[in-house]
Design a protein around this ligand. Sequence first.
Ligand code: ZN
Length: 501
Amino acid sequence: MESLLNELKNRLYEVADFEHAASVLSWDMATYMPQGGAPRRGRSISTMSRLRHERFTDKAIGHLLDQLEPLVAGLPYDDDNAALVRRTRKEYDKAVKVPSELVGRVSSHISGLYDAWTRARPANDFASLAPMLEKELDLYREVSDCFPGYKHVNDPHIDGEDAGFTVETIRAVFSKLRSELVPIVQAIAEKADPSDDAPIRQLFPISGQEAFGLRVSRDYGYDFQRGRQDLTHHPFATRFAHGDVRITTRYKEQYLGDGLFGTLHESGHAMYEQGIAAALDGTPLGHGTSNGVHESQSRTWENIVGRSLPFWEHYYPALQETFPDALKDVPLERFYLAINAVKPSLIRVDADEVTYNLHVMIRFDLEADLMDGTLSVRDLPEVWQTRYDSDLGVTAPDDRDGVLQDVHWYDGIIGYFQGYTLGNIMSAQFYNAALAAHPYLPDHFRQGKFDTLHTWLKENIYQHGGKYTADELLARITGSSLDTAPWIQYIRTKYGALYGI
Ligand code: ZN
């Protein structure tokens, strides 16, 4: 068995090398590449993606899995090798259904579309992107057709991000959550003042924002010997290898929230990837297990920790020292309200914790409708406005803050939105389990100590990488399945106190 496993791993390492190359090329494209590099870069990324797919779908890997499956059958379920064979089989069986040539075409189109988006957004020019978006949707439908038998055409893409979920099952989760959430949003709206967030909408010099964000990120436990932060249009985290997990961010001089909470969010993603056992690197187990679990980690460090009062009892004096002009006369309690101000807004990534999931629900529905053809690309900007008006009561002045606001649909990130809300829900479930094990966590945050939580997350979630599914992790850690109640309870408690409701 040993030699078969070694052969499988060596082949998987080679697959990971192509993935590594494609990821570095994409990261560079999103950070430092001059605009003139775009056409050729698109081709290079496409070639790497196609070659990766060819190597992974090589019949030899299928044959090795056939031979290994009976041999690992007697091993415990959580044995690394048993898990490797199990997860590789799942991904292999999906990958072989999609021709490598199609993978290359998708990748090539996406690079061009991403490049076009970086120019179309500042120019408020959705019309120039529309034909490329249509073509992208065609390509993604073509991928879906490699998985005959789906109920909704977006199901195969959702399954790729959050295995086991479909448009139908996600809508059931969303509708329950919405029914509990909307009354809270309405109750807060009666108490909220539009100027609640004014203290963080002042001048915050970017050098100070950068230094402060990096300091917290280090304190959290993001290891900069194995990581770094750079600037981009739309923040993300990316893993090249166990020893190289990077984040990106962006800053607005007149708004503290974007850069600071963006950095904390991406640090959460990166710490998850850095915490995966080194032995799993370069295999299908060497990544976070699902989009939802990943978001649960970024949202934990961004919100549950980073927007909590104990956290700011520790950091606020230092923040005031960094930005004396803006904050010296703003008391802690006022600042705490500002970073948690509930205010229906146009931009998802800037949304407060309470209304954030309403953005996700809109995007999830619009994307499903685009994919199944109920909604045409031509009508998208108008339907977008209608949904934002009816669900959040806001209207974007133009497409920059509307349909062009984020990179998702222009970067091939299809089948993805549900993960944000699943992540919020799971973040509360996991955090409650951490709190049960360490009831004094908030006191540690108050002292600027994060290793208790970080260690607990590493032991219970990070180290396992892709070994357990999201459902298995929930069952192991919380003894239950996906449950909206802890998150709703978290929101009720926190915002009940903030807004007196
Ligand atoms: Zn994220």
